[in-house]
Unconditional design. Structure first.
Length: 511
């Protein structure tokens, strides 16, 4: 199928936003009836079709345990796309996409599922007249990853002569370092590393990618991007929602595993990495691995000085009273799962030695906000103090990832009047106003890259294991501590205990 291209208002700043060609592809979506597929993946596939970014020949095959026909699944997919797409669907584009959708019902351990899937893939090749690439997306619970991979290998679906086969794996990639290593071994027994795309949807966000452009394409920033000028870095991912209907999953995961081990450590890598020689997948990922290897995991005696955890209690969000975590449906009343986690990390290399990197995430905080803030050192001498100038805050470079994607830089400026009085002002750029459109959803970019075989924005096996080496000691220490966790009011800035990991003179930014 071919998507329809909808003309957009001309914007000279948006030149170069064309889509790169994609080889004819069959995408197989395991977990096709799940929440991720409905809310993110199906709408992303539709948006690619809407923009004419899908290959000329594209087929989608859903695989899930729900007993339903292809027609029933097409109806469900249409409902999900109409509800969750970022734009109202064009019915002609939507219908052309749904015409290329098939569905296979059965348990993921059932060999018959893979026999039927193989028959559909063979038929797609026959209709096309040549072997089509295959993109196998594991959007299931992590417990099924190894089973699906083993069955794909056993049924000869991990390779295809004269075509590429790629497998996309959702997070979490294991729950511990040991589990991550075991899963890596299982996957590499069936697929080659070049075929495996471990997805982290934060890396598909435009602002995250723009961080590399900001650093490496602007002489303005790179000279000060080091320990001589940077005082500290704060990386925040705050949510105002609670666990909702995910209590069963979340209580087995917690904030550190859910966001810090993957998303926030990846953001840290983008801040701290050295410029790659070329913007290729392995060049970029090599530099990120070096950053992770330079982060020394905290020793057991350091945990309380470098890591904080807490749970949200009752409070008010948006003017409405909300329950605490232990009162949420499905949460054990004695749960010690953290809904807030913060770490102080050090990147022990030439560029960053002595610069603290603070990372934090939490649910039921004051508002939804994800940002990277790089605060520079204060000026060595402020000669205006004698004229009654108010204290000037240091320059801060802030990359806002959500809800409003953009970049701002705070600078000191003179307040109009006869006296030399200063205040901080912002120089700001927002994607929506500059490019006259909203940024594509992260999954749109990542799905397209996976189909093209570009692994730049996906994590490699050594990256995943390096991330776990940092987080494992903290998780083990917390499990050994036991006991009730500190509480913070829902709708607040988080627990007071979060300040205990800060170096004197530092403060958390307001959420």
């Amino acid at each position: 199928m071919t998507g329809l291209v909808v003309p957009a208002q001309h914007n000279p700043l948006a030149e170069g936003l064309e889509h790169l060609p994609v080889h004819p592809t069959v995408m197989v979506l395991f977990g096709a009836t799940g929440d991720l597929a409905r809310r993110k993946l199906l709408p992303a596939i539709y948006e690619l079709a809407h923009d004419g970014a899908l290959p000329e020949r594209f087929h989608l095959v859903g695989v899930a345990r729900s007993a339903e026909t292809s027609d029933e699944y097409r109806r469900q997919a249409a409902i999900a796309i109409r509800r969750f797409s970022r734009r109202a669907p064009d019915e002609a584009v939507l219908q052309r996409l749904l015409d290329e959708v098939e569905y296979v019902s059965g348990a993921f351990a059932d060999p018959g599922v893979y026999d039927r899937l193989g028959g559909i893939l063979h038929h797609c090749d026959e209709v096309a007249g040549w072997p089509m690439n295959r993109c196998l997306y594991l959007a299931t619970a992590p417990a099924f990853f190894a089973t699906i991979v083993d069955e794909l290998g056993a049924h000869g679906l991990a390779r295809r002569a004269d075509a590429d086969v790629r497998v996309v794996v959702e997070k979490p990639f294991g729950r511990t370092l040991q589990e991550a290593r075991q899963l890596n071994r299982r996957m590499l027994a069936v697929f080659e590393e070049r075929q495996i795309f471990r997805i982290d949807h934060y890396l598909g966000k435009e602002t995250v990618q723009n961080l590399l452009a900001l650093r490496f394409a602007n002489q303005l920033f790179e000279p000060v991007w080091n320990r001589n000028y940077v005082d500290h870095v704060q990386i925040t991912a705050a949510e105002e929602v609670g666990v909702g209907s995910r209590a069963g999953f979340y209580d087995q995961t917690g904030a550190l595993r859910d966001l810090i081990q993957n998303h926030l450590l990846q953001l840290l890598c983008h801040v701290a990495m050295e410029p790659p020689a070329r913007f290729g997948a392995d060049d970029v990922r090599n530099e990120k691995v070096k950053v992770l290897q330079a982060i020394r995991p905290p020793a057991s005696w350091e945990i309380q000085r470098r890591a904080v955890r807490a749970q949200y209690g009752p409070g008010f969000v948006g003017g409405d009273a909300v329950p605490g975590y232990l009162e949420e449906e499905g949460v054990p009343p004695d749960s010690t799962t953290e809904t807030y986690a913060a770490l102080r990390l050090s990147v022990d290399n030439w560029r960053w030695a002595g610069v603290p990197f603070y990372v934090r995430t939490g649910k039921r905080l004051a508002r939804k906000k994800t940002e990277i803030a790089v605060e520079l050192r204060p000026v060595p001498h402020l000669s205006f103090a004698a004229d009654g100038a108010a204290p000037v805050t240091p320059n801060t470079i802030v990359l806002s990832i959500q809800p409003d994607e953009g970049v701002s830089v705070s600078v000191a400026a003179k307040i109009p009047g006869p006296r030399m009085r200063l205040r901080s002002v912002l120089m700001q750029f927002l994607y929506g106003t500059t490019f006259l459109s909203d940024s594509p959803e992260a999954y749109e970019r990542l799905l397209l890259d996976a189909m093209r075989g570009d692994a730049t924005l996906f994590t490699r096996d050594d990256e995943v294991e390096a991330q776990w080496r940092i987080c494992d000691p903290v998780l083990r220490a917390w499990e050994a501590m036991g006991g009730a966790l500190p509480q913070y009011a829902a709708g607040s800035q988080g627990p007071d205990e979060a300040a205990t990991i800060l170096i004197p003179g530092h403060e958390w930014r307001m959420i």
